[in-house]
Write a protein that binds this ligand. Sequence first.
Ligand code: F6R
Length: 241
Amino acid sequence: MKIIITKNHEEMSRKAAALVASQMILKPESVLGFATGSTPEGMYQKLIEANKKGDIDFSKIKTFNLDEYYGLEKENPQSYYYFMQDKLFNHVNMDPQNTHIPNGMAEDTEKECREYEEKIEKAGGIDLQILGIGNNSHIGFNEPDTEFVRDTHLVGLNEDTIQANARFFESEEEVPTQALTMGIGTIMKSKKIVLMASGKGKADAIYNTVKGEISPEAPSSILQLHRDVILVIDQEAASKL
Ligand code: F6R
């Protein structure tokens, strides 16, 4: 595990964007795994700027997002579909056909999850997966549990996660209680992983990721077994290492 510690969120965003950009330059048809939330927002902004300058090209890039709330329409501003259009896809030369996000309105969730796995496989697997991390060490929406779940699946969100994400909604009651998420196996199959974290609230989760016992109770701890993980984290998130 490589650990890059940055002064703040801004420097974290710049450095993570540089890693994504170098992947795109080296392999213009890369398959990228994307995350939503406050952590990667600044990085997406930097990627938009690099695209506008002509330094990176999205025309052959394929993307797969980690997760989507279950029960939110694409048009809902809180959906991860909406987030990705708003924060990145609408501003770069990305072919919409090449972007993938689990369908949060799927009636048959098992079929949706199975097909999501198949699409990733057909694309040749994920070259570089961006991850954020929950205060409770979740990655994607793989919450602390008694076992690691391998494939994309429907999951119930923990009270911690619902409270943490309530900041994006009018009230806590509006936060969906379920989501579709890549599984731990899906994430671990990515060839390279860049995990980003910023702020004191993430310090325990980062400790668990780097030094904790490998356990489904701290899902990010499994990353210790991956061959190519880079943590790009700010000083506050790194403060318990
Ligand atoms: C989002 C995702 C989540 C977030 C995590 C941190 O696609 O998979 O694991 O990365 O909840 O969220 P923020 O960045 O808002 O602190």
